[in-house]
Write a new protein. Sequence first.
Lengths: 381, 381, 381, 381
Amino acid sequence: MTEGRIRLGMVGGGRDAFIGGVHRIAARLDDHYELVAGAFSSTEEKSLASAADLGIDPKRAYGDFRQMAIREARLKDGIEAVAIVTPNHMHAPVAKEFLRRGIHVICDKPLTATLADAKSLVRAVERSDALFVLTHNYTGYPMVRQAREMIANGDLGDIRVVQVEYAQDWLSTPLETTGQKQAEWRTDPERTGAGGAIGDIGTHAYNLACFVSGLALESLCADLDSFVEGRKVDDNAHVMLRFDGGAKGMLWCSQVAPGNENALTLRIYGAKGGLEWTQEDPNRLWYTPLGEPKRLITRNGAGAGDAAARLSRVPPGHPEGYLEGFANIYSEAAAAIRARRDGGTPDGDVVYPDIHDGLAGVAFVDACVKSSRRKGGWVNV
Amino acid sequence: MTEGRIRLGMVGGGRDAFIGGVHRIAARLDDHYELVAGAFSSTEEKSLASAADLGIDPKRAYGDFRQMAIREARLKDGIEAVAIVTPNHMHAPVAKEFLRRGIHVICDKPLTATLADAKSLVRAVERSDALFVLTHNYTGYPMVRQAREMIANGDLGDIRVVQVEYAQDWLSTPLETTGQKQAEWRTDPERTGAGGAIGDIGTHAYNLACFVSGLALESLCADLDSFVEGRKVDDNAHVMLRFDGGAKGMLWCSQVAPGNENALTLRIYGAKGGLEWTQEDPNRLWYTPLGEPKRLITRNGAGAGDAAARLSRVPPGHPEGYLEGFANIYSEAAAAIRARRDGGTPDGDVVYPDIHDGLAGVAFVDACVKSSRRKGGWVNV
Amino acid sequence: MTEGRIRLGMVGGGRDAFIGGVHRIAARLDDHYELVAGAFSSTEEKSLASAADLGIDPKRAYGDFRQMAIREARLKDGIEAVAIVTPNHMHAPVAKEFLRRGIHVICDKPLTATLADAKSLVRAVERSDALFVLTHNYTGYPMVRQAREMIANGDLGDIRVVQVEYAQDWLSTPLETTGQKQAEWRTDPERTGAGGAIGDIGTHAYNLACFVSGLALESLCADLDSFVEGRKVDDNAHVMLRFDGGAKGMLWCSQVAPGNENALTLRIYGAKGGLEWTQEDPNRLWYTPLGEPKRLITRNGAGAGDAAARLSRVPPGHPEGYLEGFANIYSEAAAAIRARRDGGTPDGDVVYPDIHDGLAGVAFVDACVKSSRRKGGWVNV
Amino acid sequence: MTEGRIRLGMVGGGRDAFIGGVHRIAARLDDHYELVAGAFSSTEEKSLASAADLGIDPKRAYGDFRQMAIREARLKDGIEAVAIVTPNHMHAPVAKEFLRRGIHVICDKPLTATLADAKSLVRAVERSDALFVLTHNYTGYPMVRQAREMIANGDLGDIRVVQVEYAQDWLSTPLETTGQKQAEWRTDPERTGAGGAIGDIGTHAYNLACFVSGLALESLCADLDSFVEGRKVDDNAHVMLRFDGGAKGMLWCSQVAPGNENALTLRIYGAKGGLEWTQEDPNRLWYTPLGEPKRLITRNGAGAGDAAARLSRVPPGHPEGYLEGFANIYSEAAAAIRARRDGGTPDGDVVYPDIHDGLAGVAFVDACVKSSRRKGGWVNV
């Protein structure tokens, strides 16, 4: 499995960052990648320090992502893929530099801070031979795949209702005024985009709902708030959803809901049954065939199918978590990258969020902001 | 406690009915009432049969509620209170007959099938000396009282977000076409009103959210659906809520969500903490003071206060349920009725849903229907 | 249903008592009984005061249980049944007075404080025409009946393992030295018997395990402790169980386990499946057919059978609790008493714990105490 | 962090194996190790195939562990540590070869198949300069560390009761007769030892109970069974425990409990509070200070202390699981190995199960088997 590890670079993810470390573990977990280069910071010194921490050749530690793209593209054993883990507004400019040089991109979400940037990046992907993978990591959880497979199989019948929510509490106070870096950029419209909570976690919820249900959004009606005084972006969002084909839904996301850590919960109801899953207990999926007792399907356990099994590592009852789910995105990407190496396409089972999911997410945020500013009218997406 | 049991009559609640039996147990549980008369059905024969089942003097079994009101009002030991457990459209006409004769009314929810009826009934209550109690029974759960007390005490700080939902699955198929009586009248606009699920269970959710949070609704934006073909009323409703003072909320109710029995769940988040409660596990209340571990407060257990204790019967860990919560409404009503007997007012702790809550509920349904027909605009309530 | 309510008396259950109030609600809930007499206390004045609280004719308030038995037996409309809710050492002497006069006995558990008393009471029951019902109330929970039915039907195959436990924390401190009445008598060997926790709650756990599994105990090995200094009876008990036919089990009961209120949990595993139930969440039963997903069977819900349905009052999702379970014992007793009135026997579905269960419980406590004193050897029961 | 990755070898863990793959991920997760050699199988061809799978230099793929030890010890860049993931009976002979050559050993549990082997291995460790780490991986869970820290801090007061259990269902049928490799060796006394379930998972439960409580076992009384016909070792074990200082406990382990996957649950009760943790939901720890509401402490969340934080990677609400807990053992070992490289000792916070824990585990199994054969007498450990 490790033969021919994929040579990976990273942009962002220096010492102060959070998500960069997660990407590195995710890349390492299944031994598909080797991190060999990085522009971990925009100052060369800091980038070098991070490279040293990570055991990376100092010659391949860059202070500038463009320079990195140029040089790595020329190296015989230059990186084949780059992970982009910068704040949102820097996703598009970085991605484009690598895409144009044929280097695959694995990019954190949301795609971009603005819809214009998103559209522009779509074109860049279309022009490139390289792959573009968006780390909507929750789609990597085995039981999310299980749910998706069951719905695709028709186990729920026609979908009627989709309830999705993502609640946190870490921004219940004006944390961004205390110097906390994560809070700072995530509440700064310049870096995060016009959506706050709706962009940061609402897009995850939206992506997950569509990924599992297979539905496409038709229109939405949103009500966004900034409950913490002085906050420049929303920290709570209520959204009503109408899907193509008539299903309806609700999305709630909040960063001001005390007692919630990363409470991403998806519930889908159809004419023949219902499914319920929550990210904080990710190895379990509740399935109710209409008129029968509720069943607990566990990862790799009785009742779980192939879609879950192929992304599982250990037996049922030994929980896999967030990092494993994240790693699954990297492993799916690896399968696609390897197939591309061989001039082919990956196995049909390989699935990952791509540029189109990314555009849909940014369009979703844009529509939420619009609807809310209009005081709640329905907006087509 | 039993001395001077309150003489109770009932309208509705014959052999086919469901909620009548619940009211009878609720009335009996704490020994405050004695059921002595009833118009259990609109046909005298059936009413007599029910009376016989219930050990009630056949002379006080009526086939007509007006006749019952007239005669009982004249009897020396006539009923002091009447429980109305008919379909919604019959609440107002029945209640008025008893109110005008000074007989207290304990009425099932929602108040009426139409807003006009509701307003007319408000006037009837205002003109009467008798009490009017609406059995929004979920407000009788001790931990609901606990939550209300904590919010009133400021434990959550300013309320920001209210998430409430009531999901069922029993109408996932066109049950009303099979002869099932409960389904028939609850999906018949003539008897149930313009709201289906939103009237039947949405009003419970709405009432509970206001009762606990202490907030008043300012406006709403709703999306109602009838997913089951041929159904004449909504069976799923999504509603966004704006409360006076700036709090926001979401309400979801559904009767087509497989795997849900009576999943009424309330979550309230404020600047200083959060509370979460669910009806199917009613003896527990989750409380998170911001920045501290989540705490499990149990009925009569450590951390529970007076408001819960006064409506509890048994020690913590011995669950009380739906019937006990319902009985608490009857016991609160009994306290009020007894105080009235003595020419006084009940203890300040005595709380029950009244005619104003009833009117608010019907106005809520009316606004939801309006908003939904307008395709989602915000409607003031 | 209420026609011909059974005339009930009570011994014990005065103002300071706890369980008397529970019995009264249980008797009243389904309207099968009318409480008409009582020796609520051993001092006449207190008994009268309780009678006044309860709306009982003062002529039928007694200060002496023997006098009550004599007089009630002579009255034309004297009591047909008596509820005995005294401390354990007073069960036998009181029961015998009523049994010998043909008055049915509904007696709190454990049967007696000593094995000698238990055996003597068995003889008294055998000599009497009256019924003897022991309120091992947990056997009245619908999902306990469901579990029992499933095992009797062979759904679990041959039973291999029975894990039962009953944990509380209310005696974690020397509460009996503070004047708390419940703690006083329950830790006084004179009144409670040689077993403390093992008698008070261990017998419930033991009874429940046998009731559900259908197994009979062959031998046991116990380790009893008094963790609170100065306590005269055990407050924690560990017991290993061997059943006839080869099944094995463990029983743990404790009154010094902080965080446990009434955590009575039963888990039974057989060759074909497993069942799990816990008293604090009584409306749910977990069933795993070997090799299939775990299923959640709910009271009155999908998958629940007749045994649960006949003891349920309200639809699934509306929880019934401790009082309803307790009332089911009273209702089963009522069915038996009414059948006896008519000179017949009750319907075959009617089941309640009887004198033999009571004797088994006391023998169990006796064997636990013996085994523990011997330092853990196996003792036949 | 990755500079100077530790060069790791592996014995066992070829294509058919389960636990070898887990060790490899655990070693890789935090980037402390590089797997560079292995005797993955006792046939050279299979070992080579596994090496190829793993991207390991074929020159360092061995068919014989002794040959591997000899050669690696001589190589300039030979392995510094070896992971032993063979069946139990092969732990001691393999470990000794590496220990005598100064190569650190990271060994799967239980230590050995026999007590004699365990004692002999203790002597080998004592004679060696190398470290010996036993992968009782559950001790690596952050919330297990949290519990241990709280007890060490006295938050529970004197410990009174320890309830531990580990239930599975995968051996409910005679799986070992079907050719399933894992079942074959784990039920073969030659390879697994005299204890079946008690050795395989009972030792985990025992180790965890001691690790968290800080208690040492004084004596035990056990009842072991083989419920599946023809099975040569126990598949269910009931054990009563007496700890030094007077605490008491129960241990249940089973591989025939349908509905249980890896249900390892630990509950500890002291004079001042209680703690409850379960492996299938490992990010949560329930803590009840006596007389206060139960609190939910989450990994990295409010209320969690340093011991948990130092072994956490991601924020609260993003679950870490089995592999992360396992990796924590490897990371603790890495800290110790690195300190040894520098001629020092690791930070005082570094904790891992060692040879003494291993011996204690084997002695525990031995005592259980003895007690059970004697029909339940207490056996000193």
